[in-house]
Design a protein around this ligand. Structure first.
Ligand SMILES: Nc1ncnc2c1ncn2[C@@H]1O[C@H](COP(=O)(O)OP(=O)(O)OP(=O)(O)O)[C@@H](O)[C@H]1O
Ligand SMILES: [Mg+2]
Length: 213
């Protein structure tokens, strides 16, 4: 792979979807894994990207101790920041269900802090994923439960944001901040960003009444 650049080199009609909600435990990772495997079964080439220092996606895909991994999303993003070569397939793992994924671990939390002082800090992930778009039909990013710099990077890299929501008063109220952030990113950094489906009411109890907006 050549050095990643801002140049758009998409050959496929690839779609990048960030799965995001700053509320924890609403089904982001579960949506990412199941949507990803569903798309693979529909014949699509799919890459999942773990953008969460908790490493839950990585664990879900069969790596019980993400913190022991030598190469993760952090190494890739550091190379982009330092304008170094990213080798083909570097850091990409393969799951037996036919899905590729880029793992992450606790080191991502350190990178989040370091990004604050870096030029073009919001576009580091986009620079990398623009290269990956050539190889995949869908790239799904499992975001962490925060609206920090890594999540902003994911939203800047994405065509769509999918927001799993728990059907309860406070979680829905908490969406206001996320909607504001998505609006800001749409206006200032990524005019192509769209909300996919609406809000994905994912966790609900039997008998709950809810509305998909
Ligand atoms: N549709 C569902 N209904 C009920 N429980 C669910 C559903 N989907 C996932 N869960 C459970 O909810 C918990 C949280 O799910 P998940 O890890 O996908 O959320 P998350 O938003 O990724 O969490 P985090 O914010 O910590 O990353 C898990 O224990 C999962 O098994
Ligand atoms: Mg998660």
């Amino acid at each position: 792979m050549s050095r990643v650049s801002e140049k758009q080199k998409t050959v496929k009609n690839s779609k990048v979807i960030a799965i995001s909600n700053q509320k924890g435990g609403v089904g982001k990772t579960t949506t990412c894994v199941n949507l990803g495997i569903g798309l693979v079964r529909a014949g699509k080439k799919v890459l999942l990207v773990e953008a969460d220092a908790q490493g839950s996606l990585t664990v879900s895909l069969g790596i019980p101790e993400p913190d022991k991994l030598d190469v993760t999303l952090v190494n890739i993003l550091e190379k982009v920041i330092n304008d170094e070569e990213v080798e083909p397939g570097e850091s990409i793992l393969h799951h037996e269900e036919g899905i590729d994924f880029i793992p992450a671990n606790i080191e991502l939390a350190g990178l989040e802090t370091a990004l604050v002082n870096i030029m073009s800090r919001e576009t580091v992930m986009r620079q990398f994923l623009q290269e990956m778009r050539q190889q995949y039909d869908y790239i799904l990013i499992d975001c962490m439960p925060s609206l920090g710099m890594i999540t902003i990077n994911a939203l800047v890299a994405a065509d769509y944001v999918l927001v799993p929501v728990e059907a309860a008063y406070l979680p829905v109220k908490g969406l206001q901040q996320l909607i504001k952030t998505i609006g800001n990113i749409h206006r200032k950094l990524n005019p192509s960003l769209e909300i996919l489906i609406g809000f994905w009411v994912f966790i609900c109890q039997p008998g709950d009444q809810y509305l998909i907006v």
